[in-house]
Design a protein around this ligand. Structure first.
Ligand code: GDP
Length: 319
């Protein structure tokens, strides 16, 4: 089959993104995610063109194990936020595989109402590559969505550890979605992840599970007291919600607003720190790939590589 590759004029895409055109946005994200060097060049131009154009936004990270109710929550929460006059973008970071525990992060069929909404933009996780590659692309996608006028950016990930840290490093506030069940509530949740959470949501607080959820809330509140708070001005609240019955969703949005006002300038300061980290991680990655490419026909590099293998010179010397 013949695939016709269109070439895109960066300026048109930039204007399209800034005008909030969804197709221009989707196309630009595809270019950002592409591993082809000509696409990367266009992506660079687009990102350059939108820099500084992003409006005020809130970047919300959400994590929870498969089945915790992330997509059900994002659907209910996203629709509520839209009813408050906002535009919502839903992105995902899933470095392990496009399929996690049977659910695909950012899969549109999991959020039927949001998918239909003109004020929502849903994008599944970039599938290729390692965590570093996926997060670099997602960071650029956040900036593109903001330039296109989306003011609530939700980045979801699964509860597997590393990816939460990556998502917390690209968002302003981090929500941990837990599900109340019988038994040992704290089991399986890494202390580090709990410490990262700015708000803990206990989902499925409905029907027969309501009592379990309340018990879990108390347990988590007690557990949180043992941690050193992330911010002096903020004690992470534990909220029971039912995403399915849309109970407690307003409360979540209010708590986020509380967090924003309590944070004041700290959000801007955090973003500056994040951008600095992004810069160095991009740079590290770029230098690595430049050297990898250089290696191809470089006798010195090949010789050093051989010498290291043969234990003729130390790795430090070779480096
Ligand atoms: P995800 O894998 O974290 O995205 O979880 P899903 O949103 O797909 O939810 C997993 C299952 O839990 C689905 O069958 C949902 O209908 C159900 N679920 C999600 N939220 C709630 C809730 O608040 N109450 C109840 N009873 N079920 C829920």
């Amino acid at each position: 089959s013949i695939e016709i590759r269109m070439s895109y004029i960066p300026e048109e895409l930039i204007q399209g993104v800034l005008a909030g055109n969804r197709r221009a946005l989707a196309k630009s994200i595809t270019l950002v995610e592409s591993s082809l060097s000509e696409d990367a060049k266009t992506a660079d131009e687009i990102l350059y063109g939108i820099t500084g154009k992003s409006t005020s936004s809130i970047r919300i990270g959400i994590s929870g194990v498969p089945g915790a109710g992330k997509s059900t929550f994002i659907e209910a929460f996203g629709m509520y936020v839209i009813s408050q006059g906002k535009k919502v973008a839903v992105l995902a970071v899933d470095p392990t595989s496009p399929i996690t525990g049977g659910s695909i992060l950012g899969d549109k069929t999991r959020m039927p109402e949001l998918t239909q909404s003109m004020n929502a933009f849903i994008r599944p996780s970039p599938t290729s590559g390692n965590l570093g590659g996926v997060t670099r692309k997602t960071k650029d996608t956040i900036l593109l969505c903001e330039a296109a006028g989306y003011d609530v950016i939700i980045v979801e990930t699964v509860g597997v550890g590393q990816s939460e840290v990556a998502v917390a490093d690209m968002t302003d506030i981090f929500l941990l979605l837990l599900l109340a069940g019988a038994g040992d509530e704290l089991q399986g949740i890494k202390k580090g992840i709990m410490e990262m959470a700015d708000i803990i949501l206990i989902n499925k607080a409905d029907g027969a599970n309501k009592i379990n959820a309340e018990n879990a809330r108390h347990e988590f509140e007690n557990a949180l007291r043992l941690f050193k708070p992330k911010y002096k001005y903020w004690n992470s609240p534990v909220i029971t919600i039912s995403s399915l019955l849309k109970i407690g969703i307003t409360n979540v949005w209010e708590k986020i607003q509380d967090f924003i006002s309590a944070s004041g300038e700290q959000i801007t300061i955090n973003r500056k720190t994040q951008y600095d980290k992004w810069l160095w991680s991009h740079l590290q990655n770029q230098i690595y790939y430049d050297i990898q490419n250089l290696k191809e026909n470089n006798p010195l590099i090949l010789k050093l590589q051989e010498d290291v293998k043969e234990n003729k010179i130390s790795i430090r010397t070779a480096v």
